[in-house]
Design a protein around this ligand. Structure first.
Ligand SMILES: [Fe+2]
Length: 332
């Protein structure tokens, strides 16, 4: 839906004001409902071809996701829900008549084959930025730009697993929680994966505090989508995303590990990447088995493939933006 920039700006202003009012201490039920309504109205216009609405919507949603304030968690979650529904409907509508998102036969082999093919077709390793970083001669600065965004993509994974576990029955939730337990260092202080990554990033001078925010709508849109999927009542949304993340990690992290070794980084600081290049193939397989057990209707299979496609499209758009930044820095 394309709109005049002035109209989109007004929608952003209204949603910003309504969400601010909804999050004020002692806000009325009407104020909270109005915040949710205004955000959903903005979501209707928040596509990349309406840059004002897209940036305004994803900026607001990102703040609702990232704010670490238990007192407002329930209100923030409520504020997002109608907007998530607008997004879900749009993502499915865009692919409704495309046979490549339909798996009529109910065999797990067919689904497995389609999922892996869709993932590999849009792998981040095929992006020109990956060729530059992993096969070319990147400058030290290029690597720092890339790693700054690696932090944004990695630091919230444990929260996404937590949200996914909430929508699953106990026998399935326990498998997600086992992954979460590993992600958080298996109870050993200082060994949570974000902490291992921070050790490397601090050594290299890359900003890596939890309060640090990406500045680009492409980053917000990608990260917001991961949270939306993790919270969906239909687990196929999230299972596609976590499968994609885990399936892609061994090769990506292996490439980053080799790059950091070539740069002479001390081996103990490479632990984050070493763990993921070795362990995540098993995580991907565990999620694939969950998909085979939980994604059993034709509609759920359609959601699964649409979710994977949308997640990878956003991932590649985010890579385009990082790549532009690397190229901008390299220009004389
Ligand atoms: Fe991890």
């Amino acid at each position: 839906m394309t709109t005049e920039p002035g109209h989109s700006r007004a929608l952003v202003d209204r949603a910003t004001e309504a969400i601010g009012a909804a999050l004020r201490a002692g806000a009325s039920v009407d104020a909270v409902a109005s915040g949710a309504r205004e955000l959903a109205a903005l979501a209707e216009h928040a596509t990349p071809d309406d840059a004002v609405a897209h940036a305004g919507y994803h900026g607001l949603l990102y703040e609702l996701h990232e704010r670490h304030d238990p007192a407002t968690y329930a209100v923030r979650r409520f504020l997002c829900q109608p907007a998530y529904e607008v997004e879900e409907a749009r993502i499915l509508r865009a692919r409704a008549h495309d046979p490549s998102f339909d798996v009529p036969e109910a065999t797990s082999a067919a689904l497995r084959e389609r999922l892996v093919a869709a993932q590999e077709r849009r792998s981040g390793l095929r992006h020109p930025m990956s060729a530059h970083l992993f096969e070319g001669r990147p400058s030290h600065r290029d690597v720092l730009v890339y790693l700054e965004h690696h932090w944004f993509r990695s630091r919230g994974f444990h929260r996404e697993l937590t949200e996914l576990s909430l929508s699953l029955p106990p026998a399935e939730a326990c498998r997600v929680v086992a992954n979460l337990h590993e992600e958080l260092g298996e109870g050993r202080p200082g060994r949570a994966h974000p902490e291992l990554l921070q050790r490397l990033l601090r050594h290299m001078g890359v900003p890596c505090e939890h309060e640090h925010r990406p500045a680009w709508p492409e980053a917000w849109a990608y990260l917001n989508n991961r949270v939306r999927c993790a919270r969906s009542r239909e687990p196929a949304w999230a299972l596609a995303v976590v499968f994609s993340l885990e399936h892609g990690t061994p090769a990506t992290h292996g490439s980053i590990h080799a790059l950091l070794q070539r740069m002479g980084m001390p081996e103990p600081l490479l632990e984050f990447h070493r763990i993921h290049m070795l362990g995540d193939a098993a995580h991907a397989e565990a999620f694939m088995q969950q998909i085979e057990r939980l994604v059993v209707t034709r509609h759920a299979r359609h959601v699964l493939l649409c979710s994977l496609d949308h997640h990878r499209a956003l991932g590649l758009r985010y890579f385009d933006r990082i790549w532009r930044e690397i190229q901008r820095q390299e220009a004389p």
